[in-house]
Write a protein that binds this ligand. Structure first.
Ligand code: SF4
Ligand code: SF4
Length: 239
């Protein structure tokens, strides 16, 4: 299970900016269990955004948002409602928000932060990975996580070392920041690159000690972990 919590409403409103119409999608998997993106949170968010003057073109509570094929299947009956919206608000973890953003050609805003609980398990093993930084930056990066897509986990832009789209650290990996640039460009969002992103609060990346005393922590951590991305700024071995 991946734990997530909703971002403050003011932050969500700031992400939506001048968008007049919004489609809201939540996840009936971990986000439902977390109380951050289940059907009741989707309904509550619809009301709050309508009260704030936004038009909601539609909502969807999908089974799981961390798998792109499922996202596309779940949204099949909602194509017109998604198309009518200026953007999509996604109420789920970082993996799910990335999967939604990769699945639909639409501006997607993260409505949640993913909380580090010492390793996530249960999500689909897609190409989207989340480091559970607790301060989701996906709004600034076109829905691609800079912590996991960039080998150096840079959050403020490319290092400049990429060669023909490949990372300077490992030619096996595409440059995450080139992917972010291409995504932002394709959605008319290049101005997002001008945003000043605050340094990460590393307290949020560490596991909350309170979390470790929960029975769930012991149960989850007694099982083999899913592959995790390298820690931000971790040493990367080169040949
Ligand atoms: S920025 Fe990346 S690591 Fe942080 S919550 Fe979002 S997807 Fe996860
Ligand atoms: S070349 Fe590698 S380290 Fe540099 S920005 Fe791209 S992914 Fe990050």
């Amino acid at each position: 299970m991946i734990l997530s919590e909703q971002k403050p409403f003011e932050e969500i409103l700031a992400f939506l900016g001048k968008d007049k119409s919004v489609f809201i999608i939540g996840c009936n998997g971990c986000a439902y269990s977390s109380g951050s993106g289940g059907p009741s949170q989707v309904a509550d968010m619809k009301k709050k955004l309508e009260d704030a003057g936004k038009k909601i073109t539609g909502t969807k509570s999908a089974a799981f948002l961390c798998e792109k094929a499922l996202v596309k299947t779940e949204l099949r009956g909602k194509v017109n409602e998604v198309a009518a919206a200026d953007s999509v608000l996604v109420l789920t973890c970082g993996v799910g928000t990335q999967a939604v953003s990769a699945s639909i050609n639409k501006v997607c805003h993260p409505g949640c932060n993913t909380i580090n609980r010492g390793g996530s398990r249960g999500e689909w093993e897609g190409s989207e990975r989340c480091f559970e930084c607790g301060q989701c930056l996906l709004d600034f990066t076109g829905g691609i996580c800079p912590l996991t897509a960039c080998t150096k986990s840079l959050i403020s832009g490319a290092c400049g070392g990429a060669n023909k789209g490949k990372c300077e650290v490992s030619q096996d990996r595409p440059c995450g920041w080139e992917q972010i640039y291409d995504r932002l460009k394709s959605r008319g969002l290049l101005d997002k690159l001008q945003a000043v992103i605050n340094p990460l609060d590393h307290k949020k990346i560490m596991v909350n000690p309170k979390m470790m005393s929960l029975p769930l922590f012991g149960v989850e951590n007694s099982r083999p972990a899913s592959p995790k991305p390298a820690a931000p700024n971790a040493e990367v071995k080169t040949k």
